[in-house]
Write a protein that binds this ligand. Structure first.
Ligand SMILES: Cc1cc2nc3c(=O)[nH]c(=O)nc-3n(C[C@H](O)[C@H](O)[C@H](O)COP(=O)(O)OP(=O)(O)OC[C@H]3O[C@@H](n4cnc5c(N)ncnc54)[C@H](O)[C@@H]3O)c2cc1C
Length: 498
């Protein structure tokens, strides 16, 4: 057995996705010595990137959420002394429904006018939107103030009451409600176009549906534009360059191409490059991976309860990466679009897909005169898991062509003279981001498994922490950053108590 070059460290972080790196940055900036073990050749995971023929494509997340001043992401950068992000702050994006387009403005007043114009200006719609806005305002504010779920001890209750604010506490009554229940209360549940748009937003942000999404989580997901969406200059490649550069400057160690195979009591960490020891460990990997790595530790048994409960709640994604001449991207001021093509069909496999185009002049994302385009859609894992080689190649080609064709509703010549045209499937997420079975984004969020029932960060017991999109509050860059704050606070508290 080789020895790693890292013989002993304060905190070992397993997984260099956003949750792992955000936690590592916070701890390193507060004076602890940290090392990040990342199985892939570079950092990023589901918020990573793929460079090819002069283009830099985002492999999963294209937009950073709430990284503008006062936001959850900005708090991370401020607290570790990292520079603010540089990129295109999206003024909004276009939703293409089967019979209309709706501009999802970031600006609240414009959005309010648009939603009344496109879905109906009556007392029912107005009351529904007002309630959604109220809930979102309270819980965005609480997120920025450090709300923490699930509550495990009396101190958590106190923390959350402070974060939500006494006068907003009545909003907590919505914790047991779903989005569709709120729509019914306001008699807007028969508005098919509205239900579809909300369903699209909810699927992309909380991995759920109008029928099953907890109302509070849905309200936050539906309003993420208001919190600010930014595509970094150079996409995720540009973002990671800045983030990792800063982490290294602080003295943090990154070990890419180093897969962790086992974490034992003590903590002894067996990696593909040898064995190392750490005082504390953060498992910033999917819950199923955390369980497999910790087979000998009590946390594996504890995680099983959650993983069994959420079996059948996992989903995958397909991405098309296109490098195209600038001329194929014309006619739109907005660079991001979301499409639903058929009200009567279920979402997924193109029916609800997101198109993200690199900003004009972003030559880190695409060579001059070209643009990088990412088209993503949800897909069921079972549709991919049983395919033989031929069936897989066929399905991959077919869905790639379908997504490009569907995106031509916005960009009619898209892909005609593509320099790059590739398709990423759940198998790619399994292979390059080490996501078990290619599942991305954590379980579909429901009343049974979210918030107070989500996987707690401290499930591992003293010294062993869980982070990432299978822990509370779930998927998304803002969620991972929020989780990293809870984990870093917990680790520092443990140290003070020693
Ligand atoms: C298609 C798609 C589009 C998305 N779009 C957006 C968006 O626009 N905005 C947004 O906010 N969010 C978006 N998301 C969600 C967001 O990307 C994820 O929730 C987030 O990046 C997850 O980060 P993580 O650190 O929890 O997990 P991961 O990104 O999966 O990171 C875990 C890391 O651990 C590594 N790893 C795994 N096993 C091991 C091991 N044994 N040893 C060492 N390393 C290991 C992996 O290689 C990986 O780098 C999107 C997701 C997808 C899939």
């Amino acid at each position: 057995m080789f020895r790693t070059d890292v013989q002993n460290t304060g905190v070992a972080i397993v997984g260099g996705g956003l949750a792992g790196m955000a936690t590592a940055l916070r701890l390193q900036a507060s004076g602890l010595s940290t090392v990040v073990f990342e199985a892939h050749g570079h950092l990023g995971g589901c918020a990573g990137y793929w460079r090819h023929k002069g283009f830099s494509f985002d492999v999963g997340a294209t937009t950073l959420v709430d990284f503008e001043p006062g936001g959850v992401g900005a708090e991370l950068l401020d607290s570790v002394g990292a520079p603010a992000i540089v990129g295109e702050q999206l003024p909004g994006y276009e939703a293409w429904l089967p019979d209309r387009t709706v501009t999802l403005h970031r600006d609240h007043d414009q959005w309010h006018a648009e939603r009344l114009a496109k879905f109906g200006d009556d007392a029912y719609h107005r009351a529904f939107w007002a309630e959604l806005d109220r809930i979102a305002d309270v819980f965005w504010q609480a997120s920025r103030a450090g709300i923490k779920l699930p509550m495990r001890r009396p101190a958590d209750v106190l923390r959350n009451v402070t974060a939500v604010g006494l006068r907003h506490l009545p909003a907590a009554r919505h914790l047991r409600e779903t989005l569709v229940q709120a729509m019914r209360r306001h008699r807007v549940d028969h508005d098919q176009a509205l239900k579809t748009l909300l369903g699209m937003l909810v699927e992309d942000t909380v991995h759920s549906s109008v029928e099953r999404a907890p109302l509070i989580n849905a309200a936050l997901g539906i309003t993420i534009r208001g919190a600010g969406l930014t595509r970094h200059y150079g996409g995720m490649h540009g973002f990671w360059r800045t983030l990792v550069g800063h982490y290294r400057k602080l003295g943090g160690l990154v070990r890419t191409g180093t897969r962790v195979h086992r974490v034992r009591a003590g903590f002894e960490i067996t990696t593909s490059r040898g064995v190392t020891r750490a005082d504390q460990v953060v498992l910033a990997v999917p819950a199923a991976t955390a369980r497999a790595l910790c087979g000998d530790l009590p946390v594996a048994r504890r995680l099983s309860r959650y993983l069994e409960r959420d079996r059948g709640e996992m989903g995958g994604a397909v991405i098309v990466f296109l490098g195209v001449p600038e001329a194929e991207i014309g006619g739109h001021g907005l660079t991001h679009h979301q499409f639903c093509h058929d009200y009567t069909q279920p979402f997924g496999d193109g029916n609800n897909m997101f198109v993200s185009v690199s900003a004009p002049g972003d030559t880190l994302s695409a060579p001059p005169g070209h643009r990088a385009v990412m088209i993503s859609t949800h897909t069921s894992l079972s549709a991919w898991s049983t395919l033989d080689t031929e069936g897989y190649a066929h399905r991959k080609k077919e869905i790639g062509e379908r997504l490009i064709n569907l995106a031509r509703r916005a960009y009619p010549a898209l892909g005609d003279r593509a320099v790059v045209a590739e398709v990423g499937t759940p198998r790619a997420f399994e292979r390059y981001a080490f996501r078990p079975d290619g599942a991305v984004g954590g379980p579909h969020q429901t009343l049974r498994n979210s918030n107070q029932y989500a996987v707690p960060h401290d499930l591992g017991g003293r010294g062993l922490w869980l982070a990432g999109d299978s822990t509370w509050p779930g998927l998304g860059t803002v969620a991972c950053v929020l989780g990293s704050r809870i984990v870093a606070d917990g680790i520092r508290r443990e140290r003070r108590l020693r």
